[in-house]
Design a binder for this molecule. Structure first.
Ligand SMILES: Nc1ncnc2c1ncn2[C@@H]1O[C@H](COP(=O)(O)OP(=O)(O)OP(=O)(O)O)[C@@H](O)[C@H]1O
Length: 238
């Protein structure tokens, strides 16, 4: 039996009388990927925030590598998430931000990984500027470069494709496939079916907070097929 990176059972989140997530169950195996899809307000970000411990479930359980997401340094050493608005350090350049994250993650900022990420994400020529000078799409590229700059056992990405132009989306999908090929796990939310298809991972569709009973882990239109172990999901009532 494969090891489980994320196990979500009977997840429910309620704000006052508003039920925003209901009966969400899934297992994400180590080395596997799962993409949450669904309309605005479907509950995708809320689920991701529960998995990272930023939202406390009203009911149900979330376990990440066998333990509740507890927000400790040990937890965040294994998990990299882009589920919150990023903040940038005044005075640090684009390159220095990515180098800082690489260094903090125990990596060598000069080993070529930072260079490669900036290059492939089209930030190399902007590396000496500061994030406040970047366009919104360039800032999203920087967020992803920083997320990928340190080793992570689990990536939790909320709409990584947002504000990216069509040309760079497959590049990002390729970087995420590299993460999976290296044995990492990936949980994300997305609004872009083409991006999800290139990624080739199973999807869990949410509607008004509830899972729709379906999986879609067949081969992607480009023939890439699913990467890593498939996630198992179970749909609840619509
Ligand atoms: N702190 C909160 N208090 C009350 N309601 C909230 C809170 N956070 C989220 N919601 C509501 O929960 C619902 C689900 O929000 P969520 O951000 O999870 O949706 P989403 O699927 O990620 O949407 P989008 O695609 O627009 O990002 C929405 O109706 C939202 O208004």
């Amino acid at each position: 039996m494969s090891e489980i990176a994320v196990a979500v059972v009977g997840l429910r989140v309620t704000y006052g009388s508003l039920s925003v997530v209901r009966d969400v169950d899934f297992d994400l195996p180590v080395g596997g990927a799962l993409c949450l899809v669904g309309e605005n307000g479907a509950g995708k970000s809320t689920v991701l925030r529960c998995v990272t411990g930023l939202v406390e479930p009203t009911a149900g359980s979330v376990r990440v590598f066998g333990a509740p997401p507890d927000g400790t340094a040990a937890f965040w050493r294994r998990v990299v998430a882009t589920v919150e608005q990023p903040g940038w350090y005044a005075g640090l350049t684009v390159r220095e931000h990515v180098e800082l994250v690489r260094l903090a993650g125990g990596g060598d900022p000069a080993d070529g990984r930072v260079y490669d990420l900036l290059k492939v994400l089209g930030l190399h020529d902007l590396g000496d500027g500061t994030p406040d000078r970047l366009s919104s799409g360039e800032r999203q590229r920087l967020l992803l470069a920083a997320a990928l700059a340190r080793p992570a056992d689990l990536l939790v990405l909320d709409e990584p494709e947002q504000r990216l132009d069509a040309a760079i989306r497959p590049v990002v999908a390729g970087l995420l496939r590299e993460h999976l090929a290296g044995g990492g796990s990936l949980l994300l939310a997305s609004h872009d079916p083409a991006f999800v298809a290139v990624l080739g991972c199973p999807v869990l569709k949410l509607h008004s907070g509830s899972p729709l009973p379906q999986t879609a882990d067949g081969p992607a239109p480009d023939g890439t097929g699913p990467v890593g172990d498939g996630a198992s999901v179970s749909g609840g009532p619509v």
